[in-house]
Design a protein. Sequence first.
Length: 127
Amino acid sequence: MSLQRQFLRFAAVGASGTAVQYSVLWLGVELLGVSAAAASGAGYMLGAVVNYILNYFFTFQSSKSHGEAISKYFTLLAIGWCMNTGLVWFLAHEQGWNYWLAQILATGIGLAWNFAGSRWWAFKPAE
């Protein structure tokens, strides 16, 4: 599959995980009074589960065992979670940005990180 087509699939799958994350972010901040960084981090984890399943079967049509793919994918996402949560915390809580603007920037950076790591490491076919 071409890089462009795979990226478009990845972005479409990512939209579902992002919807989960943003819903948790809104619920956490607006209804539960949780910090933006904590709500974003929790939403990121829930969205990651949705994304793994869809990326494994739809985006990358992986033939790897789930044991190998899931361990690599969630290692990649653990780093992405730290980047996301740290950036939202820094921008929203330390720099005074609106938490939505901070989250949108973190999402864009995470998209590039997660796609590159998924394509060239977590779901990379055996050679």
